[in-house]
Write a protein that binds this ligand. Structure first.
Ligand code: UGA
Length: 423
């Protein structure tokens, strides 16, 4: 594995789990030292245990020594960051640097595999940079969700492998023996596109869901009920239908921007996708505006927020919708006190505390921004007793609004008519 980030570590420990001998390479000496002590620099359920298990069994090694790590390997996965460039296109510097640096050390007949999310043409570009006819390059995108990455790797919906020859496709597929999943063997461009298109479709679905939630707020109807019925249609399916304060994370925003840029550069205007991204930006504005509106009506500038991570199950705050909202509130001079079970944040005007009720203490409005299960389990009586005004705005639909109302709360929630507009 070239790269000991999220994808490299997950792929590494899971390949070890499948019985392979794995060597992880990274250029960051401090990170390697800490990983060798069994410490994972981010929160991912089960990751630290799996890493320690495979370090002890010696099925997994981690090093900064490119020559020995690469020379011993038949398969080399490139798991390096592919962030968005300033113009929205993909910054391929890390991928190119990795390809160039491993080239002289690759064993004869080695197969290099792009795991990073990279644009159509990257498999061939990496082959060109390596510049060796005896080495093959394949594409094998990851479909891991943060929070469930290990389970997603071991029980995927499908495994996609793109390469120019059937021989290379089958060799890479052999690495996944032991995993029961549909294998899709295809050409590199199709494989590269599959990854972007899946993320783009999921985000499209969410922008649609969030707009339906807004529609419910103005015409009536309850969005979660509408979504539940929609999900029962087998052609639609029940997943990814939960309205929220917008979608975010380390993948969707950058991948959608990249796909728009890829299309545009090829002279194609992917209109639906442009609108999906713009709809999401409007969602952040809308939710922050609604919270500000409640505070204005209450004559208050003191809000509590539950949830800072971009979703539950992770400490990742990259492109977090929760922080998009918090930052807009701070910019409006609102004093924000926040709580998250794993994630942290700091800014002028923001205070982080380490318990839910503590965050709510003295606040006039509580905004629920991430769907951590403990928020659903919170006792509304305790929260009401701590708050200055018992007013809650649930942007994830995770709390039981009727029991919170029974505890004295004024309840607002995404996807249903606000109380101020109700008869
Ligand atoms: C996403 C994809 O789901 C993975 O398949 C993909 O491998 C990964 O990106 C990647 O490209 O590496 P992830 O970024 O971990 O995974 O996050 P998701 O679980 O997809 O959630 C993305 C955003 O959508 C979050 O802000 C989440 O809260 C939001 N969301 C998700 C909703 O608002 N409602 C839902 O019903 C589901």
């Amino acid at each position: 594995m070239v790269g000991a980030g999220y994808v490299g570590l997950t792929t590494g420990v899971c390949m070890a789990e499948l019985g392979h001998q794995v060597a992880i390479l990274d250029i960051d000496e401090a990170k390697v030292a800490s990983l060798l002590e069994g410490k994972v620099p981010f929160y991912e359920a089960g990751m630290e245990e799996a890493l320690n298990r495979h370090l002890s069994s010696q099925r997994l090694t981690i090093s900064i020594d490119v020559a020995t790590t690469i020379a011993d390997a038949h398969f080399v996965f490139l798991c390096v960051p592919s962030p968005a460039d300033e113009d929205g296109s993909v910054d391929l510097r890390a991928l190119r640097a990795a390809a160039t640096s491993i080239a002289p050390f690759l064993a004869e007949g080695a197969i290099v595999i792009n795991k990073s999310t990279v644009p159509v043409g990257s498999t061939h570009e990496v082959h060109g940079l390596i510049g060796r006819d005896d080495v093959a390059v394949a594409s094998n995108p990851e479909f891991l969700r943060e929070g469930t990455a290990l389970a997603d790797f071991m029980g995927p919906d499908r495994i996609v492998i793109g390469a120019d020859t059937a021989e290379v496709r089958l060799q890479v597929a052999g690495l996944y023996d032991g995993i029961d999943a549909e294998l899709m063997l295809t050409d590199p461009a199709t494989s590269e596109l599959i990854k972007y298109v899946c993320n783009a479709y999921l985000a499209t679905r969410l922008s649609f869901v969030n707009e339906v939630a807004e529609l419910c707020e103005v015409v009536g109807g309850d969005a979660p009920e509408v979504m539940r019925a929609m999900g029962l249609d087998r052609r639609i399916g029940p997943h990814f239908l939960n309205p929220g304060p917008g979608w975010g994370g380390s993948c969707f925003p950058k991948d959608l921007t990249a796909l728009n840029a890829i299309a545009q550069r090829a002279g194609y205007d992917f209109g639906v996708l442009r609108e999906v991204v713009e709809s999401n930006e409007r969602q952040f504005e809308r939710i922050a505006g609604r919270a500000r509106g409640i505070l204005d009506r209450l004559g208050s500038t003191r809000v509590a927020v539950w949830g800072l991570a971009f979703k539950s199950g992770t400490d990742d705050t990259r492109s977090s919708p929760a922080l998009e909202i918090v930052e807009r509130l701070l910019a409006a001079n609102v004093e924000v006190v926040g709580y998250d079970p794993k994630a942290s944040f700091s800014a002028d005007g923001f205070t982080q505390v380490d318990d839910m009720v503590g965050a709510a203490t003295g606040a006039d409005l509580l905004v629920v921004l991430t769907e951590w299960p403990e928020f659903s389990d919170a006792d509304p009586d305790d929260v009401a007793a701590a708050m200055n005004t018992p007013y809650v705005f649930d942007t994830r639909r995770v709390i039981d609004l009727s029991s919170w109302a029974a505890a004295g709360f004024v309840c607002e929630a995404i996807g249903r008519t606000p109380p101020s507009n109700q008869d």
